[in-house]
Design a protein around this ligand. Structure first.
Ligand code: AMP
Length: 214
């Protein structure tokens, strides 16, 4: 089964994708994660991608679609793909259709996480993670049990995403509204869109997604 998780930044796509990986053995294909790997490299592409990401704008369609194509080429047909943060434009949605057809795959569900934007800004600007194991935390909603110590691995080093500032988050949301949300009607015509209340507790959202996939 191949699915798209759609929703503005901070809607919980990554969190839910991790759960689908754990519970259903699916594979998370996050273009954001792939690009964060790319930007670590001291290459021309790494630097270009870095500047675009820090501004909250979108990296070119061809770059992200090529990344998805390459990942799918390595995946067996029996493993379901979760597209997380992709497609984000009409062009990417078209490219995804072509890529899926090329790999003999089919899109089963588009799940939109519906959220309140102002609450999202608080969610995103307060989030940080363990620099060692990647466990996620939040200044208000999920502090470590012992201040400054990771619950999972005991590390005292934490990090924040450089693009999680209020200004960039507002811009990323505006990009979502103008570039990404317009791809939904095309999927609606195919009858594969489901909506989930993304403001609920993490477990409730997981349960709602599981019911759609059942
Ligand atoms: P994310 O982790 O999904 O919020 O992505 C972080 C940043 O990576 C975005 O703000 C964009 O700059 C870039 N990015 C991630 N996925 C895409 C995509 N599908 N198309 C274009 N840019 C992307």
């Amino acid at each position: 089964m191949d699915i798209i998780l759609l929703g503005p930044p901070g809607a919980g796509k990554g969190t839910q994708a991790h759960r689908l990986v754990e519970h259903h053995g699916m594979m998370q294909l996050s273009t954001g994660d792939m690009l964060r790997e790319t930007r670590k490299a001291d290459t021309e592409l790494g630097r270009k991608v870095s500047d675009i990401m820090d501004s909250g704008s979108l990296v070119s369609d061809d770059i992200v679609s090529a990344m998805i194509d390459a990942k799918l080429a390595d995946m067996g047909p029996e493993v379901g793909a979760i597209f997380d943060g992709y497609p984000r434009t009409a062009a990417q949605a078209e490219q995804l259709d072509e890529i899926l057809a090329k790999h003999g795959r089919n899109l089963d569900h588009v799940i939109e996480l519906e959220v309140d934007e102002d609450a999202l800004v608080e969610r995103i600007t307060g989030r940080y993670s363990c620099a060692n194991c990647g466990a996620g935390y939040h200044e208000v909603f999920k502090r470590p049990e012992v201040d400054g110590v990771c619950d999972e691995c005991g590390s005292t080093e934490f990090k924040r995403r450089p693009d999680d500032t209020e200004e960039t988050v507002r811009h990323r949301m505006q990009v979502y509204r103008s570039e990404t949300a317009p791809i939904l009607p095309g999927y609606e015509k195919r009858g594969i869109v489901s909506r989930v209340d993304g403001m609920g507790a993490i477990d409730e959202v997981t349960h709602a997604i599981d019911s759609i996939l059942a």
